[in-house]
Design a protein around this ligand. Structure first.
Ligand code: SAH
Length: 489
């Protein structure tokens, strides 16, 4: 029988990009993943969908029965013969209060092979995201990492020794015992005015930092919720100058993106770069139908209008020879469609000022003659009427549906979970709005205060069918503008 191999991967502290390249590569190979509570679920998207996903986590990392279940599950999966690469994914690093050692010992009993991929531990990275260096020249020449709780709940640490250390003190799992830790240090001689920082949910958009001095801990103790890092020492004061992450323009905002997956992912990255959290809930799927187009008919056309970047991609995916469009005038509906054309080395002849298909049709008259044939590449939901345009602009407009939009069903529990703490929702098209609300069933699932960002008037019109408050419409109909609106609202 072939035994599986177990890969212990440190997932980092929260920001999913703090995963290592090696960790990502192994996740891509995994056929079974066992993960815990502190792992950012975005990381799981690197794993093949067909893999088995097993969540084994609980509110606290200490705990005997759960650990036994984890050990047994690892062994069982490795011995089953059904899996080749089993990933054990842990928050931070597996060996920093991660109980990686116990799991390895369980595997050793059955001679199960394993490998370790270190992760970025929260002990240093969370303070860093809060602008607190763990060491600093002339201030702290060492840092010491402790657990702030023990399995048996007795004698957290030997404060007599700890309070004599000159370096920075860092406590993990310390929220529950915050007052005991501060008391223990003060009683054993630590200066009561020593700065202390507590950083909750570090490296995520929900990060919160509290700072005070040891003797004043009672003023903040009730505000803090785990997971949090406790950091004690003069280095905490550096935050005043080094704070960076919490100053990002979208920090603290949880934004739902309803866009089609490929574009939604690009947009999500932009949100994340600005410090926001993106929740990608695509409501639209696009299906290419350009393969049904007879490209030899292009010889009859004098113009082509592209109504979206997607249409451009599908059109060029199937074109047999680029030269067949060399004599055709090309119009793009807006800057995005124009830059998509540039990827295929086409500079559009015209891009109208305002992003509307009616305007593009009108602009096409500037570059074509009366009775010329103009092809429109568009989607099945486009309201364009070839007849109306042909009558109005004295050209023969002919529409070809280059791709179909279809609705993606989102499970109720996924919607509920993701909508719960969202601050903003973004809509880029009327069809995304329709699909989203038909998935929603009950409007009350939408948080009362949520701000609805609409790309433009036609999208807003559809939103208003369902809800008529907190709608903010962009003045320029581009995704850059949506980002700007998100920053200022
Ligand atoms: N192996 C992990 C630590 C597991 S112990 C690591 O290397 O980071 C769990 C403790 O880690 C939590 O109680 C908390 O103190 C700390 N922690 C982990 N992620 C955190 C985060 N994003 N923000 C604040 N503290 C975090």
């Amino acid at each position: 029988m072939n035994k599986g191999k177990v890969f212990f991967i440190g997932a980092g502290p929260g920001d999913f990009e703090l995963l290592t390249l090696k960790g990502k590569r192994y996740l891509e190979m995994a056929d079974c993943v066992i993960y815990d509570r502190l792992v950012n679920k975005r990381i799981l998207s690197f794993v093949n969908n067909d893999a088995e996903f097993i969540y084994l986590g609980k509110e606290n990392t200490e705990g005997g029965t759960l650990q036994k279940i984890i050990n047994d599950t690892l062994v069982e999966k490795a011995l089953s013969g059904n899996f080749k690469n089993i990933v054990r994914l842990k928050g931070g690093d597996s060996f920093v209060f991660g109980r990686g050692g116990e799991e390895i010992e369980a595997l050793n009993k059955y001679n199960i092979e394993f490998e370790l991929v270190p992760g970025i531990t929260s002990a240093i990275s969370v303070p860093e995201y809060s602008g607190i260096p763990v060491t600093h020249r002339n201030i702290a020449r060492s840092f010491h990492v402790f657990t702030g709780s023990t399995a048996d709940g007795e004698g957290i640490q030997n404060f007599e020794i700890i309070s004599k250390l000159e370096g920075t003190l860092i406590f993990l799992m310390g929220v529950k015992n915050l007052e005991n830790i501060c008391d223990g240090l003060i009683k054993n001689g630590k200066n009561p005015n020593t700065p202390i920082g507590i950083i909750e949910k570090g490296t995520t958009t929900n990060q919160k930092t509290y700072t005070t001095i040891l003797k004043d801990i009672d003023k903040i103790v009730d505000k803090v919720t785990p997971p949090a890092i406790v950091i004690i020492g003069e280095v905490v004061n550096k935050r005043e100058m080094y704070n960076w992450f919490e100053k990002k323009p979208l920090f603290g905002k949880k934004i739902i993106v309803t866009r089609e997956k490929t574009q939604g992912e690009i947009f999500s990255r932009e949100i994340e770069k600005k410090g926001g959290e993106s929740i990608l809930l695509p409501t639209i799927k696009l299906t290419d139908s350009m393969d049904k187009f007879d490209y030899s008919t292009l010889k009859n056309y004098q113009g082509i209008m592209f109504n979206s970047p997607n249409g451009v991609d599908f059109f060029f995916k199937h074109i047999p020879d680029i030269r067949i469009i060399s004599n055709i005038k090309i119009g793009a509906i807006g800057s995005k469609t124009a830059s998509q054309l540039k990827k295929y080395k086409i500079i559009p002849n015209i891009v109208p000022e305002e992003y509307l298909s009616e305007n593009l049709a009108k602009s096409m008259t500037e570059i074509t003659k009366e009775n010329d044939n103009i092809l429109i590449i568009t989607s099945d939901v486009s309201p364009i009427s070839e007849k109306e345009l042909s009558e109005k602009y004295k050209r023969n407009f002919k529409k070809f549906i280059g791709y179909f939009n279809s609705k993606i069903e989102i499970k109720r529990e996924i919607l509920e979970r993701n909508l719960k703490n969202a601050t903003h929702i973004t809509f880029f098209s009327g069809s995304a709005v329709e699909n989203f609300f038909s998935n929603l069933e009950e409007i009350s699932l939408l948080p009362n205060e949520i701000k609805i960002i609409s790309l433009g008037p036609s999208t807003t019109k559809v939103i208003k069918k369902y809800i008529d408050k907190n709608i903010i419409q962009c003045e320029v109909y581009t995704s850059e503008e949506v980002l700007k609106v998100l920053e200022s609202n």
